[in-house]
Design a binder for this molecule. Structure first.
Ligand code: ATP
Ligand code: MG
Length: 422
């Protein structure tokens, strides 16, 4: 127990972390390109926030939240998704009073008590964005374009954008009636959770992961065929703008999404790895959520993009991720006196911005050279008897095999010159 990470979690080790930096830098660059600013909200919130926003008939609230009582007897929940905390922050800090729309992004850990499996963890990470204050379908398309741009920048292929409209509270009431009529004779074959869904939010049944429930909803009436004028013209707008900017998509009327707060647009981006589809990104519009959480009526749209799955897809598609920087220099010392001088030189070189390494384990000269090779340093700086006497060092270029004796004053300048950083 003591030396095992909790089930469903994993360490991001030094051999992996550079991939995370690469992906995080890419998403930040894209977010900035589209005019989004970062927001960081706490890792935990009051449980009520998630219960009220995500919805009690969802898997997340029903069985996936990490909820506990803190020492002040408040019910606290680790962030199971990114949108609700941002909505809370928007209201609390009155961000809606700034020039609209408010365009935000975040990179955050997400906690869900799920059955761990391929691409499924109990702590995962999402890059997410949220836009508030604009109902224009062009914004929905901006959000989808942003997600696709991240994948494009990273070189990911075989992606599919699927879109749907899940309607609004107006058309949902009528649709729910229709759905209930259809489902009533099938109730006996639905799971227990779906019985609750039937009463509270029948549309969620379409999203049930239970195979036997899936059979029952095969020919279910679709929200998309029953949306109101307003939702329909909004959806037409989304399709029109996607076509204008040349993003391929398919309409998938069965996308419901795992959160209750979605209205109108819902979308997913799937990757197709040798016929095995995985969801890389999910999002949608939530025009009622801010009001529902106690703020002024403010439309919103956003997405959450899983970073573990993104990195796994990069790996399966064999996409090259630039390796971390190698050290510029390694100082090899040939005596105790040289070693002391080496510590002084390395401090100076580091102050000059040179990526520098030295041995701290009293390695033999031979072992120091071996270690310098292992860490792949471009230059070796050799400090022996001769160099100490002359107050110089020998700079050995591993690329050209040229050796030069240099004074300490010229050392940093020379290295930078050779590295093209002068
Ligand atoms: P799924 O249908 O795979 O459970 P979801 O609909 O629950 O996904 P969202 O809540 O939309 O997922 O989260 C957005 C993205 O976060 C997903 O598309 C996926 O890439 C990633 N994600 C969700 N849950 C997990 C998890 N448990 N482990 C790793 N990544 C996840
Ligand atoms: Mg899920």
């Amino acid at each position: 127990m003591l030396t095992k990470a909790p089930r469903g979690t994993k360490d991001i080790l030094p051999k992996q972390s550079y991939k995370w930096h690469y992906v995080e830098n890419a998403v930040r660059e894209i977010a900035e390109r589209f005019g989004y600013s970062e927001i960081r909200t706490p890792i935990f919130e009051h449980t009520e926030l998630f219960e009220r926003s995500i919805g009690e008939t969802t898997d997340i609230v029903g069985k996936e939240m990490y909820t506990f009582e803190d020492r002040g007897e408040r019910s606290i929940t680790l962030k199971p998704e990114g949108t609700a905390p941002v909505v809370r922050a928007l209201i609390e800090n009155k961000l809606y009073a700034d020039a609209q729309p408010t365009k935000l992004y975040y990179i955050t850990p997400i906690f869900r008590y799920e059955r761990p499996g391929a691409g499924r963890y109990r702590q995962h990470h999402q890059f997410g964005i949220e836009v508030f204050g604009a109902i224009n379908p062009a914004v929905d398309v901006e959000v989808m374009h942003l997600a696709m741009s991240v994948y494009k920048k990273l070189g990911l292929k075989n992606l599919e954008l699927r879109i749907n409209s899940v309607g609004c509270p107006k058309c949902r009431v009528k649709y729910n009636e229709l759905l209930k009529q259809f489902l009533e004779p099938k109730l006996d074959n639905l799971c227990g959770t779906c019985h609750t869904r039937y009463e509270k939010n029948p549309m969620r049944i379409i999203d049930c992961k239970n195979d036997s429930c899936q059979v029952q909803v095969e020919n279910v009436p679709l929200m998309l065929d029953n949306i109101c004028e307003e939702c329909s013209s909004h959806f037409e707008g989304v399709k029109k703008y996607l076509k204008i900017i040349g993003i391929d998509f398919v309409v998938d009327p069965k996308i419901v999404r795992g959160l209750d707060y979605y209205t109108k647009t819902a979308f997913e981006i799937l990757s197709d790895e040798q016929g095995k589809k995985g969801t890389l990104c999910g999002g949608g519009r939530y025009d009622e959520l801010v009001k529902q959480c106690g703020g002024p009526k403010t439309p919103g749209i956003g997405f959450g993009m899983g970073l573990e799955r993104l990195i796994a897809s990069l790996e399966t598609q064999g996409i090259e991720i630039p390796k971390p920087k190698q050290p510029d220099i390694f100082i090899v010392t040939m005596s105790d006196e040289a070693r002391e001088k080496g510590y002084k030189i390395i401090a100076e070189l580091r102050d000059e911005g040179i990526l520098s390494r030295i041995d701290y384990l009293d390695r033999s000269v031979k072992a120091q050279f071996k270690y310098a090779n292992k860490v792949n340093a471009r230059f070796r700086i050799i400090l022996g008897e001769e160099e100490l006497k002359n107050e110089t060092v020998t700079l050995k270029d591993s690329l050209t095999s040229i050796n030069e004796e240099l004074t300490l004053d010229e050392l940093a300048i020379k290295i930078k010159e050779k590295l093209g950083r002068a």
